[in-house]
Design a protein around this ligand. Structure first.
Ligand SMILES: Nc1ncnc2c1ncn2[C@@H]1O[C@H](COP(=O)(O)OP(=O)(O)O)[C@@H](O)[C@H]1O
Ligand SMILES: [Mg+2]
Length: 288
């Protein structure tokens, strides 16, 4: 493990108020990029729809995530995010090939949302311990305002918001920033907006500049509206960190094979774009 960014790791929460905006896959891509750059990285699945976990374990969950899958009661293992919401539970991430460390989730994570809100503070303390062990922790966060989502923001150093350019996702960026500012004010003054990125960019002409025909006419308009939303919250368009090209066939195939875009084809556009964004993330977080 080589700590390049100080003795404490950085916790990045990936969150949007809108579902289906490539939150899980981009979380995994970013974590992959950080590992490839030599940073020890832990992935946390904090969305009880468990997209990140299911993709990491296509053959079924290990017992470290669910100890007794056939039992009538829920038996979370040492690599279940559920455990992080309690003070003295045993935590031990699963290690997958390529030094991929992950603490997964099952749908029962949603039960945390019915518990006393103290559990959010317990979560923050547990994350502070894990920050001693990893350079980066990347959380694929639940979208709805809940104990699990607020807990993630309370523990986080940075917020990343993936988005599409259409209206609902765009507006969700504004909503997420409003929630972030509220949580920052009430619980976590150190929390910073790292940026947003467009996850399925339908490019019309790669040679043209962004505002002059790179996207089709409707998306150029949508893109300008996204910039307005950022500006209303006090952020410039510099906070749009990446445009990931829409490549449906490659994306599906990579998922089927359980590969990141880079492993699938290092020369494909999303591989290059995620890599560039990861470099920016490292820079913003203060790494080398
Ligand atoms: N660059 C891309 N181009 C086309 N489709 C993509 C791309 N990246 C991801 N996808 C597709 O988007 C789908 C949703 O991604 P996912 O990460 O599960 O979203 P969320 O976690 O926000 O619900 C994936 O099943 C994948 O097929
Ligand atoms: Mg998901």
């Amino acid at each position: 493990m080589k700590l390049k960014i100080g003795h404490k790791g950085k916790f990045i929460v990936v969150c949007s108020q809108k579902g289906g905006i490539v939150k899980s896959q981009s979380s995994a891509e970013i974590a992959f990029g950080l590992r490839r750059a030599g940073y020890s990285t832990l992935e946390l699945d904090m969305d009880w729809t468990t997209g990140l976990t299911e993709r990491a374990f296509p053959e079924g969950l290990p017992l470290a995530i669910e100890r007794e899958p056939m039992s009538n009661t829920f038996t979370p293992g040492e690599a279940n995010v559920y455990q992080l919401f309690f003070p003295e539970t045993k935590i031990n991430p699963v290690e997958l090939p390529g030094k991929r460390f992950i603490i997964g989730a099952t749908s029962e994570l949603n039960e945390i949302n019915y518990r006393n809100s103290d559990c959010m503070f317990d979560f923050r303390d547990r994350i502070n311990q894990l920050k001693e062990l990893f350079d980066f922790i990347i959380a694929d966060s639940a979208p709805s305002y809940s104990n699990v989502m607020v807990g993630a923001h309370m523990a986080a150093d940075y917020l990343l918001i993936p988005t599409l350019l259409e209206k609902q996702s765009r507006n969700a960026v504004g909503k997420q920033l409003a929630y972030m500012q509220k949580i920052k004010r009430n619980y976590n003054p150190g929390l910073q907006f790292m940026g947003t990125y467009v996850t399925q960019t339908q490019v019309k002409n790669y040679k043209k500049p962004l505002k002059e025909g790179y996207l089709g006419p409707i998306d150029t308009l949508n893109f300008n509206l996204l910039i307005e939303i950022l500006q209303e919250k006090g952020y410039s368009e510099e906070f749009i960190l990446a445009y990931i090209s829409y490549v449906p066939a490659a994306a599906k195939e990579a998922i089927e094979l359980g590969l990141s875009f880079y492993e699938y084809d290092p020369s494909c556009l999303p591989a290059i774009q995620y890599n560039d964004m990861t470099q920016k993330i490292i820079q913003i977080a203060g790494g080398q």
